[in-house]
Design a protein around this ligand. Structure first.
Ligand code: PEP
Ligand code: MN
Length: 336
């Protein structure tokens, strides 16, 4: 529920309303920038009865927000969130960011070579998977903690923050120690216990859309992280499963402007997993930026033919450099 206060409501009236909310066993959620005119109310018992509140002095109206996500919505947080990772800023008013790196960390040499490709092409953040959610158990499962070390070393060598996927709660300590951003992959988007745990830590979280998740389910998953106190969440559209098999997934680009309407969180696009085809990565990256994405995440590999995972969608150094040249031209056209 959203309690809208009169513009001239006094601080004492606002406090009295907050106390009435808390006396009902509900949480009064602060609304950034609107502390004096609106009070968010959170509870998990369904419909909130507003009879004890709507006639209090200073209350203009009570609006019932029926969406399953509230802290994530613009109703509760009108200003866009900027997620800062070191010197990199992700969100409205800043040039879109590029995250690049291999699907999997394979060796120190491979990781450093991929990091150089990412940096030389102009990416701001390095990616690499140490814990890999593979479809079958006989595929390469990732190097685990050793891989995290190689990722960190490669990131430090090129001066870039790093992002990596966490699959289980037990991995949280290690991933937080080595990475700057925690990635929750498509397959874990509705692993609610994991979402709650990453919500308790202070690292930014890159939350990917589940492969069959509706936009509402995607935003409700993000709500789990914010509800635990971590509002440094970056959303990532990575394609959804449809009847179309010509591409690995179907890139649902219309969620980009929709997320920007419904939520204050930044939204990225991953054209690599969305298409599964390296020939489509550059053009869909540009389409994502035109649609308003706050950045893209792409897979690059020094030798895609030898990649242990997702080689068919990975760009080599030359292809990445060329794509980044096009992207720079596009961003300058878009006014960045
Ligand atoms: C990844 O980014 O490495 C990955 C596994 O992607 P997704 O979770 O979107 O499939
Ligand atoms: Mn991959």
């Amino acid at each position: 529920m959203l309690i809208v206060m009169d513009h001239n409501a006094s601080a004492a009236q606002v406090r009295a309303v907050q106390e009435a909310v808390e006396a009902m066993g509900l949480q009064a959620a602060p609304i950034p920038g609107r502390e004096r005119t609106a009070i968010g109310v959170l509870g998990n018992q369904g419909y909130v009865d507003d009879t004890a509140i709507r006639n209090l002095p200073g209350v203009r109206e009570c609006i019932h927000v029926s969406k399953p996500y509230k802290l994530v919505s613009r109703d509760f947080h009108p200003e866009s969130t900027l997620v800062e990772v070191g010197a990199v800023k992700i969100g409205d008013g800043h040039p879109p960011v590029v995250i690049a790196g291999p699907c999997s960390i394979e060796s120190p040499e491979q990781m450093v070579a991929a990091a150089r490709i990412a940096r030389d092409g102009g990416a701001q953040i390095l990616r690499g998977g140490a814990f890999k959610p593979r479809t079958g158990p006989h595929s390469f499962q990732g190097l685990g903690e050793k891989g995290l070390k190689y990722l960190r070393q490669a990131g430090d060598a090129v001066g870039m923050p790093v992002v990596t996927e966490i699959m289980r709660i037990e991995q949280l300590d290690a991933v937080c120690r080595y990475a700057d951003i925690l990635q929750i992959g498509a397959r874990n988007m509705q692993n609610f216990d994991l979402l709650k745990e990453v919500g308790k830590c202070r690292h930014p979280v890159l939350l990917k859309r589940g492969m069959s998740a509706t936009l509402e389910e995607f935003l409700a998953a993000a709500e789990y992280i914010l509800a635990e106190g971590n509002s440094r969440v970056i959303l990532c559209e990575r394609g959804i499963r449809t009847f179309e098999r010509a591409t690995r997934n179907t890139l649902d680009l219309s969620v980009v402007p929709l997320v920007r309407e419904l939520s204050h969180l930044p939204i990225l696009v991953d054209p690599s997993h969305a298409t599964g085809k390296r020939s489509l990565v550059a053009v869909m990256s540009k389409a994502a930026l035109v649609a308003g994405a706050h950045g893209i995440m792409v897979e690059v590999h020094p030798d895609p033919a030898k990649a242990l995972c997702d080689g068919a969608q990975s760009l080599d150094g030359e292809e990445f450099r060329e794509m980044m040249g096009d992207i720079r031209a596009l961003l300058s056209y878009l006014g960045y």
